[in-house]
Design a protein around this ligand. Structure first.
Ligand code: PLP
Length: 385
């Protein structure tokens, strides 16, 4: 999980498939980020904000009761405890700082579960920038609480009514708006997707999860590293950040996708939103709609680095169903007192299934990134329970 080089390639994946008008804008972001990332002052400002505003480092919590039930040693990396309630803030704050350094005054962002939208609205408020967030109309309904939070934070929220009215359509609309606003706007992408440099830059900004967890595991586990490192995968940013801390160890890396949004598990090579990767497609090569109970995993593709890690055999990608996800969310709530986001509950669901099926050997140590908290999903759960 190194530098993808000037073409932004992860094996056959990645790249920069954008209209002429955006090539220069992407190059500008790349140059600005390379310069900022090697500037100790920028790194220092971000580290300070992550500490005093976000509450990093996040704890590593042993899941005592669930571990006992499953016969494993499960450790939770608590991104749900960050300010705004998910890992998305690590990335949004980094990119907002970069935008301010580039002299931009407005952030554009897409959002599915609303967590990246809330994070972007928060970072914009903190740094005195404007924010416009695009969200599919369907997601706006199921994540109404987050839409309200964005507006309270001062962001303009635009509901997108085209296509499946979810994350794919919100992303397309944000990219369209960016083309027309290059002078003052910065496009703050929410996952390890989009044209280069975004997949690499977002992974670097989320690397903090994996690096912190690696140090915490070294203190917590006699072996130093866990046997398994598990994270849910939408576009793949919390997983990429987590994996980055363990890719050079013997830990098995597992990305858990939604059954209806399994880009890495069941996608085929294609191009969408400016990058080449694995996407769900029909026989004519048309991108098909994703479908998941978790709005943040409702995306038909996966970030290019995950596609590459899959091909290399370094990471394995698996799927869980909506029913398993709801059961897992409730089980974690009732054994540990932690209600996870439905996205994060995908990772929990796979661990439960694998442990109960004997796929995880008794006593196995498992690090699971709990990417967010479940407050935003209470309406969905209320309808089901
Ligand atoms: C809590 C939470 N986890 C995970 C995701 C999926 O994103 P990614 O795969 O980029 O981590 C989202 C997306 O909105 C989210 O809100």
């Amino acid at each position: 999980m190194g530098d993808p080089g000037p073409l932004g390639k992860f094996g056959d994946y990645g790249g920069r498939f954008v209209p002429e008008s955006l090539v220069g804008a992407c190059r500008e972001v790349e140059e600005a980020f390379r310069e900022a990332w090697s500037d100790p002052q920028f790194r220092g400002s971000l580290a300070t904000l992550l500490s005093v505003h976000v509450g990093r480092p996040t704890p590593l919590t042993p899941a005592w009761r669930l571990s006992a039930e499953l016969g494993i040693n499960l450790l939770l990396k608590r991104e749900d405890l960050t300010h705004t309630g998910s890992h998305k803030i690590n990335n949004a704050l980094g990119q907002a700082l970069l935008a301010a350094r580039m002299g931009r005054t407005r952030l554009l962002a897409e959002t599915g579960a609303g967590q990246h939208g809330v994070a972007t609205a928060t970072a914009a408020a903190l740094l005195g920038l404007k924010a416009t967030v695009f969200i599919g109309e369907r997601d706006a309904q199921r994540q109404a609480l987050n839409v309200f939070r964005m507006r309270v934070l001062g962001a303009e929220v635009v509901e997108v009514t085209t296509g499946s009215r979810t994350l794919k359509d919100a992303t397309s609309e944000a990219m369209r708006q960016w083309v027309g606003a290059l002078e003052d706007a910065y496009y703050c992408v929410g996952s390890v997707v989009g044209p280069y440099p975004y997949p690499w830059m977002v992974r670097e900004l989320q690397r903090v999860i994996g690096e912190e967890a690696r140090g915490q595991c070294a203190g917590e586990l006699s072996t130093g590293v866990p046997d398994y490192v598990v994270a849910c995968v939408g576009g793949g940013s919390n997983a990429a950040g987590t994996f980055a801390g363990f890719v050079d160890t013997g830990a098995q890396l597992i990305g858990v996708e939604a059954d209806g949004g399994a880009g890495a598990s069941r996608g085929r090579l294609g191009v969408l939103h400016g990058f080449r990767s694995l996407f769900l497609q029909d026989d004519d090569g048309q991108i098909t709609e994703a479908e998941s109970i978790a709005a943040g995993l409702d995306y038909p593709g996966v970030g290019p680095e995950h596609a590459y890690l899959r091909d290399l055999g370094r990471a394995r990608y698996v799927t869980v169903t909506d029913t398993e996800v709801v059961d897992a969310a409730l089980r974690l709530a009732r054994t540990e007192g932690i209600l996870p986001a439905l996205e994060s509950a995908h990772a929990v669901a796979w661990v439960i299934r694998a442990a109960e099926a004997g796929e995880l050997p008794p006593g196995a140590t498992v690090l699971l990134t709990l990417s967010g908290r479940g407050d935003k999903d209470t309406t969905t759960l209320m309808e089901l329970l």
